[in-house]
Design a protein around this ligand. Sequence first.
Ligand code: HEM
Length: 428
Amino acid sequence: MNKSLPPAAGRDALRAWLKEKSPLGPLKATAKYVGRFFQIPLPFFHPYVVYGPEANRKVLVTERDKVLWRNTDPVTDLLQHGVLIVDGEEHDKYRQLMEPALHPSTLSRYTPLIIAHTERVSSQWQDGDVVDMLVESRKIALLIIMDTLFSKDAWDDIPHIWNPILKAIEYISPGAWILWPKIPRFGFRKPLKELDDYLFGIITDRRQQTAEHHQSSTVNRHDLLQHLLDAGLSDQLIRDQMLTMMIAGHDTSTALLAWVFALLGQHPDIHKKVAAEVNSLEKSPLLDQVIKESLRLYPPIHIGNRRMAQAMEFDEGTVPAGERLFYFIYLTHHDESIWENAEDFCPERFAHGRKTPPFAYVPFGGGPRACIGAAFGQAEARLVLANLLQHFAFEYTNHSIRPHMGATLEPRPGVMMRVKKRAIVSEQ
Ligand code: HEM
């Protein structure tokens, strides 16, 4: 059964689009009218949308064998055989190879690097500067992912790889190709090649170092890149995994960090409490809640994209084989029947002892294809935010911010904040 939209839903959707200037408005308006199962009624693009705990459980766990990750779209073109793209045994092999480097038990060894890169970026700020925390967060997240997973200090490379990385992200973001898949896409070939050359350069250097290491007693690295090399993967397959981790592992963290600053800027009372907490406590329960609530309101990965290998039945209808399915994380997180005052920023809902129903909160997906970097991403966010809030006071410049549906859900046009050095610790 296809669920077409009633005319009133169409009118409300249009109104919401004009008001929120983002497709999220009409999607929320549609969901309100027709519930947790509908089809997006665009010409040439009509994916099914499902959301809510039951649908999430089905797609992610109980009936996951009916869906494929590989879609014929730019994400596949770019990441090729990356772990995020492939299915079946090939996926499980790459995932197993990469899990040790991201296992919660190994994360503490990354702490000094995370702090060092945060401070390197913030040391460039002058007292009273207005900085864009979307840009600054990207610098921090990029340096961290390159150094922790590939032992590559990318500080001097940032000016060269910045544009290629933004182009790679633009390449996989929703655009006109959705309606016209064969649309010629100009301006990408050169920057994407530059990014490939950069990654292949890192692989070549490492192969050389590894060969030299066998001849001498120099210390070898034990990072994710080395796991991939030691497993005998070809340069091309290693490039696919590196690019996957580089993009998936920094663009998400960038969005999360930037949203936390936007939300703290918009909620000075909570901002004040968190700033006091990170200065005086070993652990930061409120900061943890702020991160969780930010991931609820603005989940960086806001849609899970699948292609149906077989038909799947939901209470409200069936998605036929071959169709595209979105399990809509953002809509689950904004569902008023699950979340009281769903649109409000309320970190307290994640206070100790409070429970959320299973599969109602899925910022990292779920099941065997849940985010491989979930623990890493959260630990990183806690460390970066605590460090920055300890050393700087952030003043929001009160500009308007809207969620932009790109590769991630990003605060646009940015998060402009005035930074002032804090007299730290001595304030205790
Ligand atoms: C705040 C940070 C992050 C968020 C919100 C996030 C979110 C997600 C979500 C929702 C998925 C599942 C998508 C789906 O079901 O279609 C996912 C998968 C994935 N994430 Fe993350 N992620 C974050 C950080 C990271 C980091 C730090 C890394 C790498 C170090 C990473 C690497 C991946 C990979 C490789 C997958 C695919 C896993 C697979 O298919 O087996 N992510 N992420």
